[in-house]
Design a protein around this ligand. Structure first.
Ligand code: NAD
Length: 254
């Protein structure tokens, strides 16, 4: 997959799946534009990219804030004449039982995972139309199609919403030649999961996965770049599971 001269926007780019996607795109020649709320992690990312002479633009933004998204996209439009691939990877979980879920937590999880993805895509349509790649990949989760053991009801609902957003946007934006797909990762070793599990719990999860291990962020990044590339030129409105076969054997996403 060659991303030479492609402009790739990644949200949640400072960590985990977003960071791996930014790396994999840059390795293949892309100019990466990284959005994240964590300004210091973006600075560390900038330093690493500079060591390799990979072009990178970093834009700190809280994707739970509509006005901030509008501002950052307006800024982006002055820095980049087009977007070839948008990857919506920013996400958060809120743990706890259904009956204990506070409305504020519910809304926060929906606003980052679902509304943030909607707003980024909606605001970036003109830039995507100006690109040649014209692809969007939303990072959902196996939880979208199952039940999230650890992420809570808000996470399951938000990620199910991301799949609905993906289908509907794919349907409407096909008229502009823009393809919209989603990935559904199972367990992936990132800060999100490492901070929330013990070594013993991770071992238990690995034993549940038919292929016997957790996915790496790079495993997901490669699937994202495939969907974003011309190799997937007739694929739109669909989802790709990256779960080592977990969905074959369980009704929960772990
Ligand atoms: P991560 O915590 O390593 O990375 C998430 C990134 O999103 C961080 O850099 C964080 O700063 C950023 N972010 C969070 N809230 C934000 C906000 N309001 N505004 C801007 N940036 C924000 O987690 P990850 O595992 O790489 O998660 C990436 C995506 O993959 C998420 O959408 C997550 O739900 C999804 N996912 C992860 C797993 C897994 O097992 N790790 C499984 C399925 C799906």
């Amino acid at each position: 997959m060659d991303y030479t001269a492609c402009h790739v926007v990644v949200t949640g780019a400072a960590s985990g799946i977003g960071l791996a996607t930014a790396h994999a795109a840059a390795e293949r020649g892309a100019q990466v534009i990284a959005l994240d709320r964590d300004a210091s992690a973006l600075q560390r990312m900038q330093a690493k990219f500079s060591e390799r002479a990979w072009p990178l633009t970093t834009l700190p933004v809280d994707l739970a804030d509509e006005a901030a998204i509008r501002d950052v996209v307006a800024r982006l439009a002055t820095l980049s004449p087009k977007i070839d691939l948008l990857v919506n990877s920013a996400g958060i979980v809120s743990r706890g039982l259904f009956e204990d879920t506070a409305l504020a937590d519910w809304q926060r999880v929906l606003s980052v995972n679902l509304t943030g993805s909607f707003l980024c895509l909606q605001q970036m349509v003109p830039l995507l139309r100006a690109g040649t790649g014209r692809a969007v990949v939303n990072v959902a989760s196996l939880a979208a199609k199952r039940v999230s053991h650890t992420g809570g009801a808000s996470y399951t609902a938000a990620k199910a919403g991301v799949l609905g957003l993906t289908r509907h946007a794919a349907f409407e934006l096909a008229a502009h030649g823009i393809r919209v797909n989603a990935v559904c990762p199972g367990p992936v070793l990132t800060a999100m999961t490492l901070n929330a599990t013990t070594q013993a719990a991770r071992q238990q999860v690995a034993e549940m996965v038919p292929l016997g291990e957790w996915s790496t962020p790079e495993d997901v990044a490669h699937a994202i770049l495939f969907l974003g590339s011309p190799l997937a030129r007739m694929i739109t409105g669909t989802t790709l599971d990256i779960d080592g076969g977990l969905s074959l054997v369980t009704g929960t996403s772990y």
